[in-house]
Design a protein around this ligand. Structure first.
Ligand code: FES
Length: 69
């Protein structure tokens, strides 16, 4: 499944980046570009990151909300 349409980044690629150490939206953006354009996929990225790092949930959700304002 493609998560980020702007960059054509798949769910598998995001999972791999998280496995390789990505812990923030910025990490994902730098690694593969996902989430760095329209922002429509940010909530999916946040959800995927939350599964790996629940302690960062509040700050990531705040960031996603900010992008959509
Ligand atoms: S769909 Fe990911 S930045 Fe546009």
């Amino acid at each position: 499944m493609i998560v980020c349409l702007c960059e054509g980044v798949s769910e598998a690629r995001i999972v791999e980046e998280i496995k390789q150490g990505a812990r923030t939206i910025e990490d994902i953006q730098q690694a593969c570009g996902a989430g760095s354009h329209c922002g429509s996929c940010l909530f999916l990225l946040v959800e995927m990151l939350d599964k790996k790092i629940p302690l960062a949930k509040s700050s990531l959700h705040d960031k996603a909300k900010f992008k959509f304002r």
